[in-house]
Design a protein. Structure first.
Length: 419
């Protein structure tokens, strides 16, 4: 990410590809569904002889088609069943998410209808949008049958049973898709490349090659970068009712604390993005762990402790070279060296990580949870004080929080998605 005080430059295709990887974390045991759907959609568009911009559109739309899915259980339903009555919800949520970030807004209409049967497509939907949506739906359902085949066969067997896999989908869902899209899929799927590129060994390379060297650059001002951060944070926070609004409010708190500490505007902006994205690695954490009412056992906590490194992978791809990566990776470190993932002590721990740690805990304790109401600010501070006394949290930053409890608590307990 090249940056200056007034703008940030990011490659559009690379940004979409990275976000698709993050979305694929939701599958837990299947890390590539969105990217496979994107690449299959791209190949179908090629078989239709669409021009290159239209092909790239389908690659990106396919990769982002499940942006409204954060729950592992929801993802599993979509993988297990050809049609599922609950699919409409993630289409609507995906449309909403994409419209919130201007560069992704053109993909929203197709995502809105990517689980709509061709013969039930509303007449109000433009023909091109209907084709885009139905193509994604076709690639999406083919991926389900592709995975079913792989459950009982080695991958090289796909080259021997290409037609069988396509026919099995056609027989199970003959009326879901437009006839000309079926024809294009059979054309694309007749080639070995179509199936070989779906393997993890070749998938990202194929996507990068498709995006090509002409990947357009996004020139984002601060508002645009913030919108991207908010979009990603909403995906993360939607994963569990336990985390609703959490990242948004942590971002608000870190910005407020940065202001109280006299940080520059640019530093506060970057700290806010870190707050928005501090938990992005939890997309890979199973729902059952995030939603457990009681304490985590050793195995569950070990899985939870992986999320900072998962966050690092995503942030390093989106914001290469940014100091924000280090801040996020170390927001679960403790001043006494007992935190994770590196066991940093106070001499190695950035002040921004210390701010994130305190704001993260403060917000979690003051947030409504399914098993309890929000705690009053006095109780929040009382719970955090032993963490400070025991050497876990920064005493100076906590003292600052204690000087402004009402103000920070009001920020922490907002329940809207305003930025």
């Amino acid at each position: 990410m090249n940056s200056s005080p007034d703008h940030y430059d990011m490659a559009f295709g690379t940004t979409a590809h990275t976000l698709a990887k993050a979305l694929d974390y939701v599958g837990i045991d299947d890390y590539s569904h969105g990217r496979r759907v994107g690449l299959m959609s791209y190949r179908i568009a090629q078989a239709l002889s669409w021009d290159r911009p239209a092909q790239i559109f389908m690659l990106v739309a396919g990769m982002l088609h499940d942006i409204g899915v954060s729950s592992t259980s929801h993802h599993q339903k979509l993988v297990d069943e050809i049609e599922w009555e609950g699919a409409e919800l993630h289409c609507l949520r995906g449309e909403d998410f994409l419209r919130s970030f201007a560069p992704f807004a053109p993909y929203a209409p197709a995502i809105r209808h990517h689980h709509t049967r061709w013969n039930r497509m509303p007449e109000s939907v433009p023909r091109l949008v209907a084709e885009q949506a139905n193509m994604i739906y076709l690639a999406d359902r083919l991926d389900v049958f592709y995975l079913r085949f792989l459950a009982d066969h080695p991958h090289h067997a796909t080259l021997l049973h290409k037609r069988d896999i396509l026919d099995s989908l056609h027989q199970a869902a003959p009326d879901l898709f437009a006839a000309h899209l079926w024809d294009a899929l059979y054309d694309a799927g007749s080639k070995d490349r179509f199936w070989l590129e779906l393997q993890e060994d070749f998938l990202d390379e194929a996507i990068t090659e498709a995006i090509g060297s002409d990947d357009r650059v996004l020139h984002l001002d601060w508002n645009g970068l913030r919108d991207l951060g908010v979009l990603i944070s909403r995906i993360v926070d939607a994963k569990s009712p336990f985390t609703h609004y959490h990242s948004l409010r942590v971002a608000d708190l870190t910005d407020a604390v940065g202001g109280l500490l006299g940080f520059s505007t640019a530093r506060r902006h970057l700290l806010r993005i870190a707050g928005l994205l501090h938990d992005v690695g939890k997309l890979r954490t199973p729902d059952a762990i995030l939603e457990k009412h009681g304490s985590l056992d050793g195995d569950e906590f070990a899985q939870m402790r992986a999320h900072p490194m998962n966050s690092k992978r995503i942030l390093a791809a989106l914001f290469p070279g940014s100091p924000m990566i280090d801040w996020v990776v170390h927001h679960h470190e403790k001043l006494d060296g007992s935190g994770y993932p590196d066991g940093c002590d106070k001499d190695a721990l950035p002040v921004e990580s210390r701010i994130l740690a305190i704001c993260d805990i403060f917000q979690a304790l003051s947030q409504d949870r399914p098993y309890r109401g929000r705690l009053p600010v006095e109780q929040v501070l009382a719970i955090m004080q032993p963490m400070v006394d025991g050497g876990s949290l920064d005493p100076d930053i906590f003292a600052l929080v204690c000087q402004h409890p009402a103000h920070l608590y009001a920020i922490s307990t907002q329940e809207d998605t305003q930025k």
